[in-house]
Each structure stands twice: as structure tokens, then as C-alpha cells.
Design a protein around this ligand. Structure first.
Ligand SMILES: O=P(O)(O)OC[C@H]1O[C@@H](O)[C@H](O)[C@@H](O)[C@@H]1O
Length: 559
């Protein structure tokens, strides 16, 4: 935020606050829809591109907004210089101020200038990116074709990605989302947790002669990843014996050449990326190697292309028709004025079952901040708690609370018009989609006491408590996002849509969405505690609770 102001200082913010206070009771979806038959067409926008073919419809009409609220929200975006901040990101300015870094994951999906990409002036981004992509293409094709051989001359059939946070969640989410396009004879595993169970259970399914380990770590210092990678190497060498064989079975994805070579992986087997790629924005980079191996490089390129199309949309479409901006502003309306604490992501597509998990890091690590870029404490809410699950599973688990609980939970519903698995003559998909349509309708319009009484009949309606329990108050806001089909390009566009939403919200709140200082303290304390664990006498410097817990553990371990 160039202005150095708090979001709450903006005139537009104050106006929105006043609107919320004075007119909140008039934001009733039933009335708003009744009053305006054009509401859907007014408050929906389509994103359509031909190469790759992506068609996404965002319907935001079921939100507690009217033209006045929307005008206020767009004014807020303008007053907060959202467009300037966006352009600064695309120009490679160091918008990650605390780390003095550019934020250029957008450059990773930028085609070469010769193919119509725009020139990113700083950081030498484009050349390096294309070189690494070429390396990824070559390597992924060797693995997929079986021409890359393990130490006994057998082809690789098992890939184990070892990484955590951004070096895990993106590859996991995307390979799950695009499983339909995967090469089925390649087994893919992800090991992230330092809990030895994670690695041990995966290694049980691996043969050292045919397994490739991808060690994915931006910094190559992350304790979990390095420890897991060392243990995997030890397991491998138990069979392979000769350290020279490591070159056939271990590759690294990192910014840290020294760390990689010290681990015993040669530079030739390293896929580089750069400090201007944030961990949670990194599957577009070399971190996506497991994706390229699974779905093929051309499909991986389509993911990048789809994201690039969304980048162009974000960069050049006026705010009022700009999908990420709309999602961001509507989110701010609930987060900052209605006091909503969470935001649910509910994909009605089983392939997207990791989408909410992925954006838990994407959103919460980006916007879970209390101070602005210039160090002022905010006096408003910043990033929401992101959660969700694929439909219809969630309906049978937590939707009760969304429908009838006391909390306001804005929800994004996502679904493909076309399924990739039209089994039973398409029956499953029709049922799935009927639920996708029904839930936002039920949330918006609810069920009145009168309707309940009518349904129950005169006798049962005597039971006032029963009647009350069956009322749905409605007026629960949702966005509905329909897309043609879950293609690589569509997935890329959807992820970029949410990334840019996070960017816009961070810009308005004036926070740095691109650092993650909040993950450091726990790491430092854990390191100190690790040294104290062997001997109870060494457990010093803690509060009585922490000391008590450690002592209890020391008395009970290995019993
Ligand atoms: O890729 P690395 O360097 O091993 O980091 C993994 C993760 O480490 C965490 O500590 C960071 O909060 C994440 O943002 C990051 O993705």
C-alpha cells in the first residue's frame, strides 16, 4: 500500500462502515432478488479464453450487496491503490518489502516474449524460467518414457516428493486435481511430515531400484525435508551401497545450490528457482516437477498457460469486471464489516479435494498478519480462516452449522459443467450438480416458519420447538463458480484467480502478503528444545507448563 495508511482510514472504508450500520437490515437476498429480476446477469461475470480453452462463470449475485455497497467496495480498491500495487507486482518491484524481494510467480507462467508474453524487466526472470522449464521437460519425458534408468538398469516407476508447506501442498493439490491426465503406471507419493510414520509408510511401498526421490525445498534448510531426505538416502544406500548411484535416484528443486550439493546431489540434477518465487506460490516453478512427471510436460505447460490467461485478465480488466478483484472485495465486506471469521471453499469436484487445504497455506500464510507494511498495528480483521471440503461430503458433515449455526460463513461453491467421469450415463454428475445448485439456494433463501408449518401440518405444528428447529433463516452469502471442465488450463486459471484475490485483499489491508515471519518462532524454540530432550536436567528456560510436559514425555518415552 503506497499510501502508508490503515485501510480503516480510507474514506471508502468509512462509507462502507456507515452503510453496514445504517442499511444492513436491507441486505436481504430474498428481497434483493425479488426487487431485481436482472440481479443474476448484473452480478455475474464470465472469464473465457480460447488457448487454452477456459470458461469460468462467477456468479456473485447471492451476496449481501447492492449497487451502493459494490460502488463503495470498488472505491475502496481504488483508494487503496490496488491497481498500482498490482502493476508494481507485474513490473517486478520489490513489493515483498520485509524481505526486499520481487513477487514474480507470475513470470513463471509467462510465455517467452517471442510467443506473446510481456517482458518482465527485473530479476532476469524470463531467460532463467525458460531454461528450467526446458530441463523439466527433458527430465520428465525421460522418466515417463522409461529412458531414465535406475542403478540396476530398470526404469523408474515410483516418485517420492519430499517437501513441506509450499514444496508439498501445491504438487499434492495439482497432481490430485489432474489425476485424470496422469500416467497411471507411475506411482506418486508425497512425504512432508517429520513424523517418521510418513516416510516409513511410503518407503514400504517403494523399491530402491525403481524409485526416484525429488527433494523439494526452496531454502534447502527446512528441518523436516532435510531429515526426511537424509533418511530416504540412507534407506536407498542400504540397497544401492555405492554413493554414486544417488545421482540416478535423487534430484533437488531449490534456490540453494550449495545446500543441494552438500547433500550429495549434483548441480546437474538440480532444478533451480529463485527467491522471487514465494514458497506458497511455487508449484509453477521447478517445485512442479512431480506434476510435470505425473501429467506430462505439455499438460503442465497448460496449467501455466491457464494461469497466465488469468494474470492477463487481472492485469488489464477494469475492476468492476475483474474476477479476482470481485472475490476479494466481497470477501472484505464479510471479513471486515460483518465480522465473518472464516471463508469456506467447497468444490463439487472430487479431483479438487485438496483445493481448500492448498489455499489454507496460500491465504492464511499470506494474509494472517497484524501489522501493515510500515509497522502499524491494524485495527480491523485481516486474512480469514480458510477451510472446506469437496461436495457432497461436506454436506453430510458440517453444512448443518453453515445453514443453522450462529456463525456467518461465506462460501465459495465450485463445480464443473462437464465431468471427466460420466459414469452411469452421467447420473452421478447430475446428482452432484443438483446439490451444487441446491445448497447456495437453500443458504440464500432458507425456509420460513410459515413453510415449516405448512409442511408439518396442524398437529405437528403444535410443537413450537419442532417448528423453530426446522426454520432456515437464509440470507447466507455464497459465490458460485461454474467452469466447463477440470482441464489443466482451467485449474491454472482457478488457482491464479484465488492467488490474485489474496493479493488484492492484502493490498487493501496494507499488509505484506509475501512474507511469513509468523512461522519462525516455533521453529527456533523447537531447535532449542530438541537439544534439551535427552536429559531432564537440561530442560531449562521454560514456563512450568512446557517444562512439565517435557518432563512427562521424558519419563514416559520408550516405556
Ligand atoms: O521450501 P522450503 O524452503 O523447504 O520451505 C517450506 C515451507 O517452510 C515453511 O516454514 C514456510 O512457512 C513455507 O512458506 C514454506 O513453503
Amino acid at each position: 500500500m503506497a499510501t502508508g495508511k490503515l485501510a480503516s482510514d480510507y474514506e471508502a472504508w468509512k462509507k462502507l462502515q456507515a452503510l453496514y450500520q445504517s442499511k444492513r437490515s436491507s441486505y436481504v437476498l430474498k428481497d434483493l432478488f425479488a426487487a431485481d429480476p436482472e440481479r443474476f446477469s448484473k452480478y455475474s461475470v464470465e472469464f473465457k479464453t480460447s488457448a487454452p480453452a477456459v470458461d469460468i462463470l462467477l456468479d456473485y449475485s447471492k451476496n449481501l450487496i447492492d449497487t451502493e455497497v459494490l460502488a463503495g467496495l470498488f472505491a475502496l480498491a481504488r483508494e487503496a491503490n490496488v491497481e498500482q500495487f498490482r502493476d508494481d507486482m507485474f513490473a517486478g518491484k520489490h513489493i515483498n518489502t520485509s524481505e526486499d524481494r520481487a513477487v514474480l510467480h507470475i513470470a513463471l507462467r509467462n510465455p517467452p516474449v517471442s510467443e506473446g508474453g510481456w517482458d518482465i524487466k527485473e530479476e532476469g526472470a524470463t531467460t532463467g524460467v525458460q531454461e528450467v522449464l526446458a530441463h523439466m521437460k527433458e527430465f520428465s519425458e525421460q522418466i515417463r518414457s522409461g529412458s531414465w534408468k535406475g542403478y540396476t538398469g530398470k526404469a523408474i516407476n515410483t516418485i517420492v516428493n519430499i517437501g513441506i508447506g509450499g514444496s508439498d501442498l501445491g504438487p499434492v493439490m495439482v497432481t490430485e486435481a489432474l489425476k485424470h491426465y496422469s500416467q497411471r503406471n507411475l506411482q506418486l507419493h508425497f512425504v512432508s511430515n517429520i513424523d517418521g510414520t510418513d516416510l516409513a509408510e511410503v518407503l514400504r511401498q517403494c523399491d530402491p531400484e525403481t524409485t526416484l526421490f525429488i527433494v523439494a525445498s526452496k531454502t534447502f534448510t527446512t528441518q523436516e525435508t532435510i531429515t526426511n531426505a537424509e533418511s530416504a538416502k540412507e534407506w536407498f544406500l542400504t540397497s544401492a551401497k555405492d554413493k554414486a548411484h544417488v545421482a540416478k535416484h535423487f534430484v533437488a528443486l531449490s534456490t540453494n545450490t550449495e545446500g543441494v550439493t552438500a547433500f550429495g546431489i549434483s548441480e546437474a540434477n538440480m532444478f533451480q528457482f529463485w527467491d522471487w518465487v514465494g514458497g506458497r506460490y511455487s508449484f509453477w516453478s521447478a517445485i512442479g516437477l512431480s506434476i510435470a512427471i505425473s501429467i506430462g510436460f505439455d499438460n503442465f505447460r497448460e496449467v501455466l498457460n491457464g494461469a497466465h490467461e488469468m494474470d492477463k485478465h487481472f492485469k488489464s480488466t477494469k475492476l468492476e469486471e475483474n474476477l479476482p478483484v470481485i472475490l476479494a472485495l466481497v470477501g472484505i465486506w464479510y471479513n471486515d464489516f460483518y465480522g465473518a471469521q472464516t471463508q469456506a471453499l467447497l468444490p463439487y469436484d472430487q479431483y479438487l479435494h485438496k483445493f481448500a487445504d492448498y489455499f489454507q497455506q496460500g491465504d492464511m500464510e499470506s494474509n494472517g498478519k497484524t501489522v501493515t507494511k510500515d509497522g502499524s498495528r491494524v485495527d480491523y480483521e485481516t486474512g480469514p480462516i480458510i477451510w472446506g471440503q469437496s461436495g457432497t461430503n461436506g454436506q453430510h458433515a458440517f453444512y448443518q452449522l453453515i445453514h443453522q449455526g450462529t456463525k456467518l460463513i461465506p462460501c465459495d461453491f465450485l463445480a464443473p459443467a462437464e465431468t471427466l467421469n460420466p459414469i452411469a450415463g452421467g447420473k452421478h454428475h447430475e446428482i452432484l450438480l443438483s446439490n451444487f445448485f441446491a445448497q447456495p439456494e437453500a443458504l440464500a433463501f432458507g425456509k420460513t416458519e410459515q413453510q415449516v408449518v405448512q409442511e408439518l401440518g396442524p398437529k405437528q405444528s403444535q410443537n413450537a420447538a419442532l417448528v423453530k428447529s426446522k426454520i432456515f433463516e437464509g440470507n447466507k452469502p455464497t459465490n458460485s463458480i461454474l467452469f466447463q471442465k477440470l482441464t489443466p488450463g482451467t485449474l491454472g486459471a482457478l488457482v491464479a484467480l484465488y492467488e490474485h484475490k489474496i493479493h488484492v485483499q492484502g493490498a487493501i489491508w496494507g499488509i505484506n502478503s509475501y512474507d511469513q515471519m509468523g512461522v519462525e518462532l516455533g521453529k527456533v524454540l523447537a531447535k532449542a528444545i530438541l537439544k534439551q530432550l535427552p536429559d531432564p536436567k537440561d530442560v531449562t528456560g521454560h514456563d512450568s507448563s512446557t517444562t512439565g510436559l517435557i518432563h512427562w514425555y521424558q519419563a514416559h518415552r520408550n516405556k
